[in-house]
Design a protein around this ligand. Sequence first.
Ligand code: G6P
Length: 372
Amino acid sequence: SAAEKGGYDYFMLKEIVEQPRAVADTLLGRAGLDGTLTLDEMRLSPEDLRDVTKIVIIACGTSYHAGLIAKYAIEHWCRIPCEVEVASEFRYRDPILDPTTLVIAISQSGESMDTLMAVRYAREQRSRVLAICNVNGSTIPREADGVLYTHAGPEVGVAATKTFLTQLVACYLIGLYLAQVRGYKYGDEINAVIAQLAAMPDKVERVLDTVEPVRELARSLADAHCVLFLGRHVGYPVALEGALKLKELAYMHAEAFAAGELKHGPIALIEQDLPVVVVVPSREGRSVLHDKIVSNIQEIRARGARTIVIAEEGDDTVAPFADTLISIPRVPTLLQPVVASVPLQVFACELALAKGNDVDQPRNLAKSVTVE
Ligand code: G6P
């Protein structure tokens, strides 16, 4: 009913606007402004985490993209090698696991069969498994050694939105906690990031307040055949997630590339009027990447592409090369996916609506796939 949808036509629209609250709820009682983290509920003790030599993240779909972002954060903050793999590939390739490997299984539903089978396999190999889940008491957290719940509330739309943002927050919390427990290299940075996390709900709200031009853009592209997405560093998984959303909702060919790979092949795809979405890294601490992507934007624009550029507020270097400029608030580099993903959700949702698609129940998809 309309009431269940909070006055919106679709659950997805409601779930997109619920994101500031969802992010705040996932942080609640866990991250203190003074840099303290309280994750006792996780059921894994600091002792359990101190001897971890390797982290393996397994997940499917959107949850896999959260895992890809987590790798950048965890390796940087904790200096622990971290692999990320789609769950359906994991146990079939004889992966190297032992009791000092921490497996992190990310699953919104806690019921994806591919992820569940990977969890069981990892436990048979005597690795510890930590789940990141949204549904309390679901199968994966019950079978895991520990769990950190995302407190996004129920998500009805098949395409994940608020659960993705809260998965990112959960990944950050785990990465920061591991760094603290193990003694860390970037102490000041860790404490600053914990404090910055508290500001994320407001930053997401700001993105939502300024997102109307993205809707207009999406409607204008309803007849496009294909959209490309480029990003690098944590912007690369953001690009992958933007492309996945467009496939899921708009049934459109969409592909994402790491911007540095452009010259190794994908640039051959660039043609007149092709919409290309580019996620520009923040300038803070990553100015080399920022400048490289600005030259990528120039290259594709010189070949006639229609450039849709997501960049942080006040970044005037990209404006001259952007056919459409979407500004997002400045946040620490590793947290940028939390704000950069939101315009891409809105873009895919609005484009799908313009095509007349049901964004809550896209064709052929299920919210949770309980077969292998
Ligand atoms: C299905 C859904 C996706 C979701 C994936 C993983 O394919 O359609 O939206 O990302 O499952 O689901 P999970 O519940 O394990 O996160």
